[in-house]
Design a protein around this ligand. Sequence first.
Ligand code: C2E
Ligand code: CA
Ligand code: CA
Ligand code: CA
Length: 277
Amino acid sequence: AKAQGRNSFQFYDPEMQKQALDRAQLYTDLRAAIADRQFEVYYQAQVNAAKEVIGAEALVRWNHPQRGLLSPAYFIQFAEETGLIGQIGMLVLEKACLEIKKLEKLGYSLPVAVNISANHILQEDFVDSVANLTKSMAIEPHMLKLEITESAMIQDTETVVQRMRALISMGFRFSLDDFGTGYSSLSYLKLFPIHEIKLDMRFVQDMLQSKEDAAIAELVFSLAKVLKLEVIAEGVSEVSQYDFLRELGCERFQGYLFSKPVARRDFEALVVQGSRH
Ligand code: C2E
Ligand code: CA
Ligand code: CA
Ligand code: CA
């Protein structure tokens, strides 16, 4: 048949058909993955200026039965678009809480940061689910840091802020991820009740080559001081970056220079070994 317009072309486009099929397949696979709990959480150390571990960021991986360990780049955005992110987010939070418990048993009190998508925050039962989870596991709320991005906040600012406040009043803490990459970072600082800024790795990695990036990084530290916010630099992968950040007054770091994200047993070993030095 002769195509009559854009829509009919799309219908007959084999690439589009294939894409639609892939999405349907991914949806089926992801739902099965949630039911079978095929997710693993890796932990990346966060360190202080003395390079001692002071916490971790939880980073999800999908342990696919055929394809092996899949990076979040492969499925997080899709999970956000389809609403499955809430269930994945709760699985990650649950594992993070178990890890907090495990570390406590080993004698370490280390907060764990968990990435939270806007679509998850905006789900009706978000606040109750998080509160119930920590309560049922006897986790102190301040041991969980909820990482949200600027883009997360564009959707329904009022609801997001309201839910953040509800959780903060229970003791949870918030971190603003990828800081500096959005269009209106500064106004978000005023609008959102956060405790910590994560200086995006783009600045950290370009700081030494680019005067502009160095100036922005410097500004973030002065601003944080005035606003009484913590700053953690992410993506620190070279000693020169660490040294430069130290000069700017940075006291918290995350990046390959200290540790890659690792499976929970390896993280536990890292914590125990590190404290024996
Ligand atoms: P993000 O939250 O900005 O996490 C930091 C990413 O940078 C991680 O990638 C980490 O492995 C990587 N990274 C850490 N240090 C370095 C470094 O020194 N150099 C370089 N080049 N990279 C470094 P990962 O684990 O692949 O996660 C990618 C993104 O997926 C995360 O970015 C986050 O946006 C999302 N994500 C991961 N886990 C979750 C989750 O449980 N829930 C949600 N909603 N999103 C998640
Ligand atoms: Ca993050
Ligand atoms: Ca980040
Ligand atoms: Ca990111």
